[in-house]
Ligand binder design. Structure first.
Ligand code: ZN
Length: 618
């Protein structure tokens, strides 16, 4: 930076306020990409000192919406401090994510650092020759005592990047790539995409929306995708009954990884460029769109009190993530059906997958929904080989519980009310800076149901007891497809080889082919493999002294009967061991919902009132 620019930064970085007004020092960031191809970003900050002898700097350790400490300061390189005359100032690292600068009486100090940006996820940074996606938390060092102050950003793009897109305000039309956040929260909540993305604008509810595709490679029909996104937007705007933003951006990075993160006025999504080629994958992407957009209300503007003020350096604990994420996960697919994007059968398929994911994991009997939320910080984002045995997902069980709660409210009010009414009332009473406490939603759901639901909530949220689907299924006229039905269907398709339906015995082991070696990946709790003492990492060599290998493993299991006991030869850390294993019948592995053939007209009406398309844009 030349001298003129330093002086310019001093002038813009220090504001004089008339007496009586509180002066709010503005942080001025300049972001450059001199080594984008090496994933490096250069950042300068001009910070008014308020005449303090020392100033502490801080980098966030986590990104709101993704409840895991990620230690973003680990990507900061060669940080230095100067005064307005370019004289170096002492800067010392005092904590993992904090620095202290001695200001030497400078009115404004300048911080320069480089940032390594090569983590392709919706909460971190990626920069290469083609584009940059910058998230606020892992990018911008700030001053802890200035979090409520304005944070301004000036981007200096490489010549071959035409655009920068963000929901941050621009000071005026003439200033290219200059943006203003009113405070640090807004800066963190506003991802910045730089490069040459393709933009598809559309209007719904009188508001402008953009679908911003990065990396289309000719494989996406952006216009068709924007039309489907518009249907979702219309359905959710109607569901909530208000539109709390002026402009909304769907950042859609086609980068062969998957994820989404919600913001007040945007979402950042990552997906596969091939999604447009398969109905199943495309529906999965629309489900992601629907999920993230639903957060515009649920978790962005309607939050547990524990998340009203983010502590960027420490965990914010809440037991309500099942409301924020579980209810959102319930509605994401439901909105696709209500928008006319997916059929009733497709919706039942999606709901069945959630129920199946919950019911086939022993962890549902170990961790309650409430505890799953509280422990998100140490468990949810750290899956390991024991997760299936010990954890519950507040997304998955939260969605299933939301489905049951919706059915419950409909049933006890004879169809007059639903979960839609409960979340709208929660929003009316607790959105904005009021927030809600864990018990508030139970009170509101009980009010809407006109019935005390505390026992129901205790069972579904606080306990690890099995969920009961009977009431909900009776209300809608649904059932789970039975194993007998599945076998009959298979028989009808495959009459020549009746042996093909022979049931495999079950060991409760998940195996993988590790360069030709048959390795145990996971052992389900209380399964035959668990009782025999099989461990993750064991190499399975033989059953009953006969060699097995990855290609023969599945067919070999068809040779044994339920109740037979055989010897399993394994190798563990290079040592041979013989374990006695007793084959068992496989527990239910498919939880497929279908309408009862004898469903009554009333039941059918209830299903269409629940998931029927209501989109006037169809
Ligand atoms: Zn979510």
């Amino acid at each position: 930076m030349d001298r003129t620019k330093w002086l310019c930064a001093i002038v813009t970085g220090c504001f004089c306020f008339p007496s009586g007004l509180e002066a709010k020092e503005t942080l001025e960031y300049t972001v450059r990409f001199p080594q984008a191809q090496n994933h490096l970003v250069e950042i300068d900050i001009a910070i008014p000192t308020g005449n303090q002898p020392h100033l502490e700097l801080m980098m966030a350790v986590w990104t709101p919406g993704s409840y895991f400490v990620r230690e973003y300061a680990r990507h900061v390189e060669d940080i230095s401090a100067f005064d307005g005359e370019k004289n170096p100032l002492p800067i010392e690292k005092i904590k993992k994510n904090r620095w202290q600068v001695t200001t030497n009486a400078a009115a404004v100090i300048h911080i320069r650092y480089h940032l390594y940006c090569r983590e392709m996820s919706v909460r971190t940074n990626w920069v290469d020759h083609e584009f940059a996606i910058l998230n606020g938390a892992p990018t911008f060092i700030t001053v802890p005592e200035y979090l409520s102050h304005p944070h301004h950003v000036q981007l200096e793009l490489p010549d071959h990047w035409q655009q920068s897109i963000t929901t941050l305000n621009r000071p005026d039309e003439a200033s290219a790539h200059a943006y203003r956040a009113t405070n640090f929260d807004e800066l963190v909540d506003s991802p910045i995409l730089c490069g040459n993305p393709t933009v598809y604008p559309f209007e719904v509810g009188g508001k402008e929306h953009l679908l911003v595709n990065q990396g289309e490679q000719g494989l996406w029909d952006g216009v068709a995708a924007a039309n489907d996104v518009a249907q979702i937007v219309a359905t959710e705007q109607r569901l909530w009954g208000n539109v709390p933003y002026e402009r909304y951006i769907f950042f859609n990075l086609l980068v062969e990884t998957r994820g989404g993160l919600e913001h007040d006025n945007s979402t950042l999504m990552m997906t596969s460029r091939w999604n447009f080629r398969s109905r199943k994958d495309y529906l999965g992407w629309l489900g992601l769109v629907s999920h993230e957009f639903f957060h515009t209300w649920n978790i962005r503007r309607l939050r547990p009190q524990a998340l009203l003020q983010y502590d960027y350096e420490n965990e914010n604990y809440t037991t309500s993530l099942w409301i924020a994420e579980g209810i959102t996960s319930y509605y994401d697919d439901l909105v696709l059906a209500r928008s006319g994007i997916c059929s009733e059968k497709e919706y039942f398929g999606l709901l069945s997958k959630s129920i199946e994911s919950l019911q086939t994991k022993p962890g549902r009997l170990v961790q309650s929904l409430r505890d799953s939320s509280q422990d998100a910080w140490i468990k949810f984002y750290r899956p390991d080989e024991n997760s299936h045995n010990a954890r519950t997902s507040y997304y998955v069980k939260g969605a299933v519980v939301a489905f049951l709660l919706d059915a419950k409210i409909r049933q006890v009010t004879d169809g007059a009310k639903s979960l839609d009414d409960a979340i709208r009332l929660l929003y009316q009473r607790h959105s904005g800076d009021r927030g809600y406490l864990p018990g508030d939603f139970q009170i509101i759901a009980s009010e809407v149901a006109n019935q005390d639901l505390s026992a129901w909530f205790q069972h579904a949220i606080d306990s690890t007891q099995e969920l009961d689907f009977r009431e909900a299924f009776e209300w809608y006229g649904l059932e789970f497809k039975t194993d007998g039905q599945k076998e009959q269907e298979k028989l009808a398709q495959d009459t020549l080889d009746k042996q093909a339906i022979k049931r495999k015995v079950w060991l409760g082991l998940t195996t993988k082919n590790d360069s030709g070696i048959l390795k145990v990946e996971r052992v389900l709790r209380n399964s035959p493999g668990y009782r025999a003492g099989c461990n993750p990492g064991d190499e399975i060599i033989a059953i009953d002294n006969l060699r097995v290998s990855p290609p023969t493993w599945q067919s070999r299991l068809e040779q044994f009967e339920v109740g037979e006991r055989k010897e399993l030869l394994i190798s563990r850390r290079g040592r041979l061991l013989r374990l006695t294993i007793e084959f068992a019948k496989e527990p239910r592995s498919k939880w497929t919902i279908q309408a009862l053939p004898e469903a009554t007209d009333d039941q059918k009406k209830r299903v269409s009132g629940w998931i029927g398309s209501s989109n006037p844009m169809e």
